[in-house]
Design a protein around this ligand. Structure first.
Ligand SMILES: [Zn+2]
Length: 237
């Protein structure tokens, strides 16, 4: 399903890009199967997030993601871990979402990568316009009235558990129960970006010493690469 990050083509991924949907799609088309950008654009947002987490987990043999947060009550910073297995097992219901509003029923489909791309390109100028744009593209049945915006946005967030993700934490300092919002895509991308930086540094060190190319360095299995790096480290000239 996913390979570890670290092939030659992964060095081309621009983690500094402001276009996150594009970055995520390119990454998944490289590191996950199928290797097909059109497939990943068409996936529901939660499915893209789950695949991204899988690539990050696979790349570092991670079973949990570490996070830090700050208690909004006492201000104390604290750390917690999020086990990956339940996140990856989150079922993504492909059926349209039915929302009951004052005796009316609306049906909405779930947002995909293509929707993210479309909404980004449309550059809405206000929150209100952004919600309107979102509902216009997702509405399958029914008619949306202005007062429906908030409940529909909430229903969509609920239906897409990995997209609007929050965990309940207890502050270790004051004991308060807090809800911490977590951007899972950002967390996975940050880890992979770190990984890319580390690979570039390894290539730099080995290329400087042995004159190997990027492809040659990456073709060496990681444990042997680490061995060469340790040798360079222990033989400073
Ligand atoms: Zn606290």
């Amino acid at each position: 399903m996913a390979r570890a990050f670290g092939a030659l083509e992964d060095l081309d991924l621009d983690f500094a890009s402001a276009d996150r949907p594009q970055l995520v799609t390119q990454l998944l088309a490289q590191c996950a199967t199928p290797r097909d950008a059109a497939f990943w654009w068409a996936q529901p947002v939660s499915g893209r997030t789950a695949a991204l987490l899988q690539v990050a987990a696979r790349s570092e043999n991670l079973s949990a993601l570490p996070f830090s947060a700050q208690c909004s009550l006492c201000g104390e910073p604290f750390e917690f871990e999020l086990p990956l297995a339940p996140l990856l097992a989150t079922a993504i219901d492909p059926a349209p979402l039915k929302v009951e509003l004052h005796s009316r029923t609306l049906a909405l489909r779930r947002a995909t990568g293509n929707d993210l791309r479309h909404w980004r390109a449309a550059r809405p100028s206000s929150q209100e316009q952004a919600v309107q744009l979102m509902l216009d593209s997702l509405l399958l049945e029914g008619e949306v009235q202005a007062e429906d915006h908030a409940p529909l946005a909430a229903a969509l967030a609920n239906a897409d558990p990995l997209a609007a993700f929050a965990v309940a934490c207890q502050c270790p300092a004051c004991g308060a129960d807090r809800e911490v919002d977590i951007d899972l895509d950002a967390a996975a991308l940050a880890r992979l970006q770190q990984r890319q930086r580390a690979l570039l540094l390894d290539i730099h060190r080995l290329a400087s010493r042995y004159g190997w190319s990027e492809a040659q360095v990456l073709a060496i299995p990681a444990p042997r690469r680490a061995h060469y790096l340790a040798l360079i480290e222990s033989h400073h000239e």
